[in-house]
Design a protein around this ligand. Structure first.
Ligand code: B12
Length: 489
């Protein structure tokens, strides 16, 4: 019998990307793995069911969770997976009504009351950072005498007259007090998980979150779980975590996928120095803002194994950067991307199309910037008002917003600003992908990275997926909107 079983709900590639797309990756549910590690440290028996990695539908996930005979089932969800999470919860309640089903994660934290109201199979909700709240909740539910839940901060509880939200749970100050994620109870890291191919140099790779919180003010970002104040693990903790991944799971590459690893200069510098002096020999990539990097740090990062940095570029129009409150300029973007390439690190860009007030001229500027700067990879999302973001409650003022949670994948046109048509948005997104990735420089850079039969297979499947994506968009009729393919020059 288990005390708690955590479930990552099913989310097919089609549901995640809003279209049939085979080039996506599969990464472990870090949040659940940390929660499991914390509970285990307190002596609780825990398991994780990772439905996407184990290829389970909601029925299979519920059955597998119940096979552990748990007293509590804890489910995570982002907005796009919330209905799947509820399907799992419903199955569990139907088969075993005595189990307590707890929901946590970004979606609930962003819109707690509406979620609990619409989705009745969740008994209790955990808001924000979950480690301490879940520990106290497990003690209250599983301890010898049922303790009052309304004294535990960070919860949304059902009440006779609706809901009760308890006091706010303070953020965890010292992240190093947390144990490493319980990777050992997930499906084999090296076998079941593989991040998207364009983000890989070596395999197997693993995802690590070294910081929490982001001071940025971007209107499209949901920062409810970790807030604006940044906290970081120490360099020592991060290096030890990497060594564990390397020695125990054979991991050779790390993806730091927190919002802003570059912001903690001291931690970053110490981390790089340790990677060099201890000859850790792992390659890594990270994400960050363009205003947080300089030549000296980039050189050190390169020496320490960093080969790729993903910058949140968003747009090639200074006007749009202001509208979305990015607090960056084209000049800053140009400088960061150029310095990164000069340091021998691949600069990559996250872009967004369909921002509030965006016009065709802005979209063309974005593509022009993408093609002008020495980016090695890029990704273009559709601007999407996610629950928890500043724009979410007022999105209707700026465009046509289809607020169906299932559709908020960031890959489709759930939001179309008043200033540009949907067809043109799809056209420019597609044009960006084609113009960028079909260049010989980019094709050769992929071919150079193929160093094993496994990589060849992964790259080939991804290439087919990419072609399928481009063709789907073409078939959707978007091409008819703008027959002049040269408009982005
Ligand atoms: C790394 C990351 C990814 C990675 C890895 C995701 C993964 N499998 O773990 C990748 C690139 C794959 C990814 C994909 C997506 N992501 Co993402 N991602 C992030 C990022 C940057 C960090 C997430 C993370 O690992 N945090 C560390 C762990 C420890 O935190 P956590 O998972 O939130 O869990 C904590 C709490 O939420 C809570 N908790 C969570 N679940 C549960 C469950 C229970 C029972 C309890 C008690 C508590 C609890 O306790 C945990 C510990 O404190 C966040 C931004 C951010 N700052 O959070 C966006 C973020 C979560 N992603 C987002 C989105 C939209 C997506 C995608 C839908 C995009 C897409 N279409 O591909 C997919 C969804 C994939 C999926 N199945 O979840 C949004 C979600 C917003 C929303 N309202 O839904 C965020 C918040 C980005 C943003 N700022 O807008 N993502």
């Amino acid at each position: 019998m288990m005390d708690v079983v955590f479930v990552n709900p099913p989310l097919s590639q089609e549901e995640r990307y809003g279209i049939k797309f085979k080039a996506g990756g599969q990464t472990p549910p870090t949040g659940l793995a940390v929660l499991a590690a914390v509970l285990r440290e307190k002596g609780r028996a825990v398991a994780i069911v990772d439905a996407p990695a184990e290829n389970l539908d909601h029925n299979g996930a519920a059955e597998k969770a119940l096979s552990f005979d748990p007293r509590i089932v804890g489910i995570t969800a982002v907005t796009v997976s919330i209905f799947n999470a509820h399907d799992v919860a419903r199955q569990i309640k139907a088969k075993a009504p005595d189990k307590t089903v707890i929901l946590g994660g970004p979606h609930l934290t962003a819109v707690p009351e509406e979620t609990m109201k619409r989705l009745p199979a969740f008994d209790i909700g955990v808001l924000g950072e979950g480690e301490i709240t879940m520990t106290e909740l497990a003690d209250a539910l599983l301890g010898p005498a049922a303790a009052p839940l309304d004294k535990i901060p960070g919860l949304i509880l059902r009440a006779a007259d609706g809901f009760r939200i308890t006091t706010r749970r303070p953020f965890i100050e010292d992240l190093d007090r947390l144990p490493f994620p319980a990777w050992d109870i997930l499906p084999d890291l090296a076998v079941h998980y593989c991040p998207p191919v364009h983000t890989l140099k070596r395999t197997p790779a693993a995802l690590v979150i070294p910081t929490r919180g982001c001071p940025g003010t971007c209107v499209f970002c949901d920062k409810r779980v970790f807030g604006r104040r940044m906290r970081a693990h120490s360099a020592d903790y991060i290096v030890r975590m990497l060594l564990r991944l390397k020695q125990r799971y054979g991991i050779r590459e790390i993806q730091f996928r927190d919002d802003n690893f570059l912001a903690f200069r001291r931690v970053l510098r110490e981390f790089c120095e340790r990677m060099i002096s201890e000859r850790v020999d792992m390659t890594w990539s990270c994400a960050g803002r363009v205003d947080m990097i300089n030549e000296e740090t980039l050189r050190l990062m390169k020496q320490a194994g960093c080969w790729q940095i993903w910058y949140g570029v968003e747009s090639g129009s200074d006007r749009i950067l202001k509208v979305i409150k990015k607090n960056t300029t084209i000049e800053m973007i140009t400088q960061a991307v150029t310095l990164t390439a000069q340091a021998g690190i691949h600069p990559c860009g996250f872009f967004m199309i369909g921002n509030p007030t965006e016009t065709e001229d802005d979209a063309r500027r974005t593509i022009a910037l993408l093609l002008k700067l020495p980016f090695s990879e890029f990704h273009m999302c559709h601007f999407t008002p996610l629950p928890g973001s500043e724009i979410y409650p007022v999105a209707d003022q700026y465009g046509k917003f289809d607020n169906d949670w299932r559709n908020l994948t960031c890959w489709t046109t759930a939001f179309v600003p008043h200033t540009i048509s949907e067809k043109k948005l799809v056209y420019y997104a597609n044009l960006a992908f084609r113009k960028f990735y079909f260049r010989p420089r980019i094709v050769f850079s992929y071919l150079r990275r193929i160093d094993s039969p496994r990589k060849l297979r992964v790259f080939f499947v991804a290439f087919l997926g990419f072609l399928q994506y481009v063709l789907q968009k073409r078939r959707s009729g978007a091409e008819d909107a703008c027959p002049a393919d040269d408009s982005a020059r």
